[in-house]
Design a protein around this ligand. Structure first.
Ligand SMILES: C[S@@+](CC[C@H](N)C(=O)[O-])C[C@H]1O[C@@H](n2cnc3c(N)ncnc32)[C@H](O)[C@@H]1O
Length: 312
């Protein structure tokens, strides 16, 4: 079988740490979730599941629709670049863009680590035929390169940038790291619109919402690409340190080889593949205020999701 060298390297590079006597291999990096077209499509399928629709998609879309006029009032009507960070298939950006039709001149620039997603988002926007769609070598990019992209775009008649970070993407990152990255690539007057969950649920309910066959099937694709078999692993979810941790426990010893290197896993080892940070409203607000003195929060009626409109 062909081993995915990127995932293999990540396991070698990060190694394991000991928690008590348990070896924990932490490769929880969202970059590894969308490497193949199957994984990217797997995420789009996961989004269609009832719980995902209910907890994230519907809440975020309703918030966008309910507050778009307020948001647009602040953003103004100068020509803008819409930089869709982690665009996915672009369905959320589409809502903004439809409202902007005829009011604002715009260029859409999707940024995503997955070429599959970028293509989906681009095709969607081209079909809408509302503004220009920016195609450059940086579309398929890690958030780490953001500064380059933002500077490249800020020329010509489109001087202002509106960044979108929707779909709870922030929750999959260490919040300070990603906010710092984005803030550094913004110029004065640029806007950032974040859509993120605000968790006021009990831990057991949070765990239950992640402990599903759909999530397991999608995340398992990471480990199947380095040679793990379904029978090698058990899927588990726990809540620790303000975050949900999704991991696999080894049910038997396993050796994985790529070129001249081997990794030996032992029964009971844990491989952490995903984390999702959960913040209450006040904590989330405080984090945002560290980076943006001009910030407005638009919470959903049930208080479980929010849009944050931030101005640099
Ligand atoms: C949770 S999805 C959200 C998609 C979309 N914004 C939405 O709301 O439907 C996160 C997206 O971010 C992308 N992504 C994850 N890690 C990334 C990274 N380090 N750099 C760039 N894009 C990344 C993924 O490929 C995925 O499309």
């Amino acid at each position: 079988m062909q081993v995915n060298d990127l995932i293999f390297k990540e396991l070698i590079k990060r190694g394991y740490s000991l928690e008590g006597k348990t070896r924990v291999w932490n490769i929880a990096d969202s970059k590894l979730w969308y490497l193949s077209p199957e994984q990217a499509q797997g995420f789009l399928d996961l989004e269609k599941s009832e719980s995902y629709q209910e907890e994230i998609i519907a809440k975020e879309i309703n918030l966008i629709k309910a507050n778009i006029n307020d948001i647009l009032k602040k953003v103004g009507n100068k020509p803008i670049n819409i930089i869709d960070l982690g665009c996915g298939d672009g369905k959320k950006a589409e809502i903004f863009i439809r409202y902007l039709k005829g009011k604002v001149k715009l260029r859409y620039c999707p940024i995503d680590i997955s070429g599959y997603m970028v293509e989906k988002a681009m095709n969607r926007m081209k079909q809408l035929n509302i503004g220009e769609v920016v195609e450059l070598q940086w579309n398929i990019s890690d958030f780490e390169n953001l500064e380059n992209v933002a500077n490249l775009l800020r020329g010509s008649q489109y001087k202002d940038n509106v960044f979108l970070l929707l779909g709870n993407t922030l929750g999959n990152f260490e919040i300070n790291e990603l906010l710092y990255e984005i803030r550094s690539s913004m110029s004065k007057g640029d806007f950032l619109i974040i859509g993120n969950g605000l968790d006021n649920r009990q831990e057991k309910d949070i765990i239950a919402s992640y402990n599903t066959k759909e999530v397991d099937d999608w995340l398992f694709m990471i480990l199947s690409q380095v040679g793990f078999d379904r029978r090698d692993l058990e899927f588990n979810v726990r809540f620790r340190r303000s975050r949900v941790e999704l991991y696999y426990t080894l049910l038997r010893d396993k050796k994985i080889t790529f070129q001249d290197k081997s990794i030996y896993f032992s029964t009971g080892d844990q491989i952490l593949v995903s984390v999702s940070y959960k913040y209450g409203r006040e904590l989330f607000k405080n984090f945002m205020k560290l980076y943006f003195s001009d910030m407005k929060l638009f919470p959903s009626p049930d208080g479980a999701y929010a849009l944050a409109l931030c101005r640099a």
